[in-house]
Ligand binder design. Structure first.
Ligand code: ADP
Ligand code: MG
Length: 248
């Protein structure tokens, strides 16, 4: 077994008799930042959900830190905090403050000391520019601020792999950049990131490598610069032509 952080072999996912992922093979090295691109409906979200156990795979194998991920409760209790995921919707508890939202996972799931978690959460809030919002409720925040809190909520669990699924897709345009900046900063750390995004300028800037999906398959996989400058397949070329590269 290699020292890959995550490897997946021939993952198949079916919903009923509809095959949504077709024998996906994937290897992610520690510290890598990989962007997953592809048209809507190509299976990107389903792939991420399979990698963190929100969906069971129909067949195939997934290894995380050389340990096979089996969907037994015991196994997942151990692995789940190590794989963080941030979605389009923030899903913060509306009746808890920002700080309370951030403490739930580490204190309830990881049994860590509240005081220690609080310090760490405040440090992260500081880094994403929201320290002064610690005692606010989610409804008092903008979409971009809520999404930054959601990212911090994942970070305080100290995951070694973070999955981002179109985290800016539901934000107003003026809130997109502040969220992307946080991820760009994370990419400079030793965190391993797997990012599904439609923001091409961002994908280009943030990632080391591109995985391009269509119809449940990985159609193309290349170093980021290579993918954008010299896409190899007709599908990738058509996809890239249809996109707006102008903004970060
Ligand atoms: P993407 O994220 O690339 O837009 P998805 O992974 O969301 O693609 O979806 C891939 C395909 O799987 C789509 O055809 C979608 O309709 C289907 N799909 C996703 N989730 C479900 C589900 N829970 N039940 C049935 N079909 C699903
Ligand atoms: Mg999706």
């Amino acid at each position: 077994m290699s020292e890959a952080l995550l490897s997946a072999y021939k993952i198949v996912k079916k919903f009923g008799d509809k095959e949504v992922l077709s024998e996906i093979n994937l290897t992610i090295q520690p510290g890598e930042v990989v962007a997953i691109l592809g048209p809507s409906g190509s299976g990107k979200s389903t792939l991420l959900r399979c990698l963190n156990g929100l969906e069971t795979i129909t067949s195939g194998e997934i290894f995380f830190k050389n340990q096979q991920l089996l969907l037994t409760e015991k196994n997942w209790q151990k692995v789940r905090p190590e794989i963080g995921m941030v979605f389009q919707s923030y899903d913060l508890f509306p009746n808890k403050t920002v700080l309370e939202n951030l403490k739930v996972g580490p204190v309830k799931v990881q049994n860590r000391k509240a005081a220690e978690v609080e310090n760490e959460a405040l440090e992260w809030l500081d880094r994403v520019g929201l320290r002064d919002r610690a005692n606010d409720y989610p409804r008092q925040l903008s979409g971009g601020q809520k999404q930054r809190v959601a990212i911090v909520r994942s970070l305080v669990m100290n995951p070694s792999l973070m999955l981002f699924d179109e985290v800016t897709a539901s934000l107003d345009p003026e809130n997109v950049r502040e969220v992307l900046e946080v991820i760009l900063e994370l990419a400079e750390t030793d965190k391993t990131l797997l990012i599904v995004t439609h923001e091409m300028a961002f994908a280009k800037q943030v990632s080391d490598r591109i995985i391009f999906m269509a119809d449940g398959e990985i159609v193309e996989e290349a170093a980021t610069e290579e993918f954008f400058e010299n896409p190899q397949t007709e599908r990738a070329i058509t996809f890239l032509r249809s996109l707006d590269f102008s903004k970060l």
